[in-house]
Write a protein of this length. Structure first.
Length: 289
């Protein structure tokens, strides 16, 4: 059996990291559903992937920071809809202190989303929740769904946690255009890798991910500038290395990266800082910086 048999397995993999963090007495977040959702398969993937447990910090920090970003954006911007694309086994609609009037829509492939719905049967989301099964690589179906959701909202936040890295640059471009074409989609949050990190991840996990037809593909050299021609500009960039340090969830050799950055010229320091991070974008005029 391949470690990763299908891209949906990556959701079980990440859910297991959330379960591991939840078990800590000093947990950054509590996801009481994560272990149930990850199941034995999630635990097997973490234990089998190269450096599976050693790299837990990255997924844990990503979850914690995007939790903060989502809650802050909803509160500050009076968001009425969250569109969670490639939602996987994310249980934020159940575990975060969200406004009860907020509408939260999870979108993903039928197999993984139906599995989540079944596993959480009897649990009550904290807001107005809907699960919609759609193949996001089907541009016609995707655009129809986004248009419908946009017409039912005034101030929407789009979440693409863990999605973009699996897409080609062309697919990300198409998604960015589609999201911008919906006027009520005002903000967009995601994680983002650099070419340097992309190569590192491909070396470590490439064979396992390719076996499940889930290769890592997207790490733009120009970072958030990639999105500017499609109408999106950066509001915030939160460096994964800095956030890991702040949250006390660093990799073992983080001090080496900090030392290298400190001893480097200013331009190179910024490259280290932006090797990976968590972004919040907002609508802008097409092509504006």
């Amino acid at each position: 059996m391949a470690i990763i048999e299908h891209i949906s397995d990556t959701a079980r993999w990440v859910a297991m990291y959330r379960a591991m963090e939840t078990d800590r007495p000093d947990a950054l977040f509590r996801d009481p559903y994560a272990r149930r959702l990850a199941g034995d398969r999630g635990a097997q993937i973490v234990d089998t992937m190269p450096g599976g447990r050693a790299t837990a910090w990255a997924m844990i920090v990503r979850t914690a920071v995007l939790d903060e970003t989502i809650l802050e954006t909803i509160a500050r911007q009076n968001v009425d809809l969250v569109v969670n694309l490639a939602a996987g086994l994310d249980a934020r609609a159940w575990r975060l202190p969200l406004p009860p009037t907020l509408r939260w829509v999870d979108v993903d492939l039928p197999a993984i989303l139906n599995y989540k719905t079944e596993m959480l049967q009897g649990e009550h989301p904290v807001c107005r929740y809907e699960a919609i099964t759609t193949d996001l690589t089907d541009s016609t179906a995707r655009m129809a769904l986004l248009t419908r959701l946009g017409a039912e909202s005034q101030r929407a936040l789009v979440v693409t946690e863990g999605l973009l890295i699996y897409l080609t640059p062309e697919q990300v471009s198409e998604l960015a255009r589609d999201l911008y074409s919906v006027g009520s989609f005002r903000w967009w949050t995601s994680d983002l890798a650099s070419p340097r990190l992309l190569k590192m991840l491909q070396r470590r996990w490439g064979p396992a991910l390719h076996a499940g037809n889930a290769p890592f593909r997207f790490g733009p050299a120009d970072g958030t500038q990639f999105f500017v021609p499609f109408g999106w500009r950066e509001v915030t960039f939160r460096s994964s290395l800095e956030e890991a340090h702040r949250l006390h969830r660093e990799m073992r050799i983080a001090w080496v990266w900090r030392l290298m950055a400190r001893l480097s010229p200013k331009k190179q320091r910024e490259q280290y800082r932006r090797m990976a991070g968590y972004i919040l974008l907002e609508r802008a005029a097409i092509g504006s910086g």
